[in-house]
Ligand binder design. Structure first.
Ligand code: ADP
Ligand code: MG
Length: 350
């Protein structure tokens, strides 16, 4: 069932006194299902925060509409939208105790199920594993604990929708990983529909039921983590989600399930494309370019390599195309690699 819909949402910010305006969102369509963990991911400035603020009601769209359970939210102020919001800067009040900060989440709404504010606060602190911390001040907590207080505050009124804007980006990598496991556990226990914002593609793949990859105010693709990773539709998604090599070429022959593509300096075989296709773009994952595969071979000049534990990432170029390889050992400066035709994934648009 659809919980949240964005229909053709655009947002322009008027900047300065002249006619210039920043187009932060362009015709964004999104559907988030009831109980889903949905992520908006993309580089800095692509419009993630603007999308989240528009859902929360801190911004009104210039065009289009936001709907909760089918109902238009146009003109509905944030405090009447039944959303809990957690920002990157935790926004805790330093002069209030942990319990008072969580209780502040109940200023517009009574606790659910007829419990008292104190009981609800205790419930929430237990949920985020901070029982016994009620009387502390925020500055007596670690960054990860502070963020859990902010989460407890957002969840206190039992909102219908939880919105999180890069809540972990100020924390170190190890803490981020443990906090994200805690967050997914809490989310699935409560079954609360969640929209999560991050610029970190690895985090987005790890945490989400589905994700929307954003670029320059637009949605590039909405899909499950597996589909985004294995079947990117655009060059942007293929490159953003990481470790993909993107080639472009002209179809020169067709033979059943395969077609032959001239990529300028080599001809390779990839899965067949629709009749009439002339130019084609396709991607091959770093791990699928292998020194031992006999098909589609070509030589790469290696420029740098990085030790990654189990694997080595080697970077180089082939005919002007940047190449990333995932190997077991640090390679020589010239490496011959190949890829199986079925490991080429054709992009729908360049
Ligand atoms: P993200 O969260 O993905 O980094 P934002 O939604 O913050 O991106 O910003 C999207 C675009 O809108 C950027 O170009 C940003 O500079 C611009 N922008 C965001 N907020 C404002 C504002 N209040 N006034 C003018 N431009 C803004
Ligand atoms: Mg942002």
């Amino acid at each position: 069932m659809t919980k949240l819909r964005l229909e053709g949402v655009s947002k322009r910010y008027e900047t300065g006194t002249d006619e210039t305006a920043t187009s932060a969102l362009q015709n964004v369509d999104l559907t988030v299902r009831d109980g889903e963990f949905f992520t908006l991911v993309g580089p800095s400035g692509c419009g993630k925060t603007t999308t989240l603020r528009t859902i929360a009601g801190f911004e009104e769209p210039t065009d289009g509409a936001v709907r909760f359970d089918g109902e238009s939210m146009t003109g509905v102020p944030p405090e009447e939208r039944d959303v809990g919001v957690v920002f990157q800067s935790y926004g805790l009040f330093p002069h209030m105790s942990v319990a008072e900060n969580v209780g502040y989440g109940l200023r517009f709404r009574d606790p659910p199920n007829g419990v008292s504010v104190d009981e609800r606060t205790e419930e929430l602190l237990e949920l985020v594993d901070l029982e016994g911390m009620s009387d502390r001040d925020p500055d007596q907590l670690s960054g990860g604990q502070q963020q859990r207080v902010a989460l407890a505050r957002a969840l206190a009124p039992a909102p219908d929708l939880l919105l999180l804007d890069e809540p972990m980006s100020a924390l170190d990598a190890r803490l981020r990983e443990s906090l994200r496991r805690q967050l997914t556990r809490i989310q699935s226990r409560l079954g609360i529909t969640t929209v999560y914002v991050t610029h970190d593609q690895e985090e987005a793949l790890a945490i989400s039921d589905r994700l929307a990859v954003m670029n320059d105010g637009r949605i590039e693709q909405v899909a499950s983590p597996q589909a985004i990773y294995r079947e990117p539709e655009t060059r942007f998604v293929a490159e953003f989600v990481g470790d993909n090599n993107v080639f472009e070429g002209s179809v020169v022959a067709r033979d059943g399930d395969l077609c032959t593509v001239d990529i300028g300096g080599a001809t390779v075989e990839i899965p067949a494309v629709p009749d009439g296709t002339g130019r084609v773009s396709f991607c091959v994952r770093a791990a699928a370019l292998s020194t031992t595969v006999e098909d589609n071979r070509f030589s790469i000049t290696i420029e740098t390599s990085e030790f990654r534990g189990e694997t080595v990432h080697a970077y180089g170029r082939w005919n002007g195309v940047p190449i990333v390889l995932q190997l077991e050992e640090v390679p020589d400066t010239e490496v011959r690699v190949g890829f199986a035709p079925e490991n080429a994934h054709v992009l729908e648009s360049a």
